[in-house]
Ligand binder design. Structure first.
Ligand code: SF4
Ligand code: SF4
Length: 467
């Protein structure tokens, strides 16, 4: 028996690799400007829309207790969820088409995770300083200066996170009232919970998790590669032009030194929010943000070389072949998207703001009046999904001389479901079938709302029964 091996301490192999903190470096360039413009627009949209009022009501407001969604003067009810499904399918196909064409451009420019991460990185930079300073400070022991800088960063992060939470919750609880409640320290328990939850979620996601969300948690990152083909635009390093990489003087003729255009400065790695080296080829961690393009273009400018060593390109172009912009997959996604958008617009523009449901009284089948008339009772449910009241006229047809006993007009209040008990009377017809179809209709004076109908049955005594 080998006693040496028996006495040896077992070696522990840690299967979990601790992610290294990424210190991004600031940079400038066309794509950064483009992302800044897009991000500013999206921020204005998100933070501003909830403050717009229309007809005395918040223009975009999701009233969950009342199950009504108010969007710019139109109220959507749970019955309209089919429209929401359409919208989600359109967004999904839009994303697929965009991915086939331009890779992960959505992730780099418009995904909330990326946009908030860029904002939090900016907050980090203005409070803790540039990349080198932050790296140095993190290695230093705690001091008053470090404490103040860290406190300023976390205060700014929490302020942005709270503003985000307040705005998001403000789409579900009227934002003006919510702000007054916060000022008066009188927020309802659910309001406090959601404000706290979204503040912590934003703070944690954009402050700490950052690229980990994109790399490990986002499902889109996992399945997007199946949508890529050799003609998809991706951020790529032109290794034919860049290699052999290596440092050199600006004045040196690098070609005679056997070097390519890459000066191996690693600036493209230092600006990358996911911490990868794009020179190793396309990787699933790449969110297509083009930060490395801007950074490398700056270096190319300084060296007096052509820009575009890292650029948006396609595998075919890198291989010296022609890129096919129009291809069957893209045409397929595009056509499906176009058809769905048309159908969605048609459905929204033809959406009826009134709905009618008719329920027969199940307790009494019919009642014979004066030996020559039969009465049936119905409950009409009239839903007014509009934001204005409607004077509704009720009619019934299907049997000769059929009439409504009682009032035939009601006022349907906006955003309400009105129930009306209706007595309908028909002449008694000897030997008639015991049940006949009848059709109820409601109409409003507003054009386009003339005939909303619902079918029901009218019960007669039947041929074998005497009244
Ligand atoms: S920034 Fe450009 S030159 Fe510098 S290492 Fe990256 S690819 Fe090479
Ligand atoms: S490799 Fe370039 S494009 Fe991809 S995530 Fe990093 S910086 Fe953005």
């Amino acid at each position: 028996m080998n006693t040496d091996n028996a006495n040896q301490e077992p070696e522990l192999i840690d299967l979990y690799q601790k992610p290294e903190k990424i210190y991004t470096r600031s940079f400038s360039g066309h794509f950064r400007t483009l992302r800044l413009a897009g991000g500013t627009f999206l921020f204005l949209l998100f933070f501003g829309t909830c403050w717009i009022n229309l007809n005395g009501r918040q223009a975009v407001f999701f009233d969950l207790p009342a199950r009504q969604f108010h969007i710019f003067g139109t109220t959507y009810w749970p019955q309209d969820f089919i429209l929401l499904s359409w919208l989600l399918i359109i967004c999904a196909f839009g994303l697929f088409a965009l991915t086939v064409f331009a890779g992960r451009i959505w992730c780099g420019y418009t995904c909330p995770q990326s946009v908030f991460t860029w904002v939090f990185m900016w907050a980090e930079r203005i409070t803790e300083g540039e990349r080198n300073r932050r790296m140095k400070m993190d290695k230093e022991p705690m001091s008053l200066g470090k404490f103040l800088r860290k406190s300023a960063k976390h205060t700014l992060w929490l302020s942005i996170a709270f503003a985000t939470a307040l705005t998001f919750v403000g789409y579900f609880i009227p934002i003006r009232q919510l702000v007054l409640d916060i000022a008066a320290l009188d927020v309802a328990p659910w309001g406090i919970f959601w404000l706290g939850f979204f503040t912590l979620a934003t703070y944690g996601n954009a402050g700490y998790l950052r690229e980990q969300v994109c790399i490990h948690m986002c499902p889109y990152a996992r399945f997007q590669s199946v949508m890529f083909d050799n003609d998809t635009l991706v951020v790529a390093y032109d290794k034919h032009r860049g290699e052999q990489r290596g440092p050199r003087k600006k004045s040196a003729d690098h070609k005679t030194m056997g070097l390519g255009d890459c000066v191996d400065c690693s600036v493209c790695v230092q600006v990358c929010p996911t911490g990868i080296d794009i020179r190793d080829g396309l990787q699933y961690q790449c969110i297509g943000c083009a930060a490395c393009i801007d950074a490398c273009d700056t270096i190319m400018d300084k060296m007096g070389y052509d820009k575009g060593l890292i650029r948006y390109t396609t595998d075919n172009e890198l291989a010296g072949q022609k890129t096919r912009w129009l291809r069957p997959r893209l045409i397929g996604y595009g056509s499906a998207l176009f058809i769905m958008i048309c159908l969605f617009i048609f459905s929204v523009s033809h959406r009826m703001p009134l709905e009618l449901e008719v329920l027969r009284d199940r307790n009494v089948l019919f009642r014979v009046i004066n030996d020559d008339q039969v009465e049936n009772i119905y409950t009409l449910k009239v839903a007014n999904k509009d934001q204005q009241p409607h004077l509704i006229r009720i009619r019934v047809a299907g049997i000769e001389n059929l009439k409504i006993a009682g009032r035939t007009a009601i006022v349907a209040e906006p955003g309400s479901v009105q129930q009306e008990i209706i007595r309908v009377i028909a002449p008694l017809i000897d030997g008639a079938p015991s049940t006949r179809p009848v059709r109820f209709s409601i109409s409003s004076s507003q054009p386009g709302l003339e005939a909303i109908t619902a079918e029901s049955r009218f019960m007669m005594p039947g041929p074998e029964r005497k009244p």
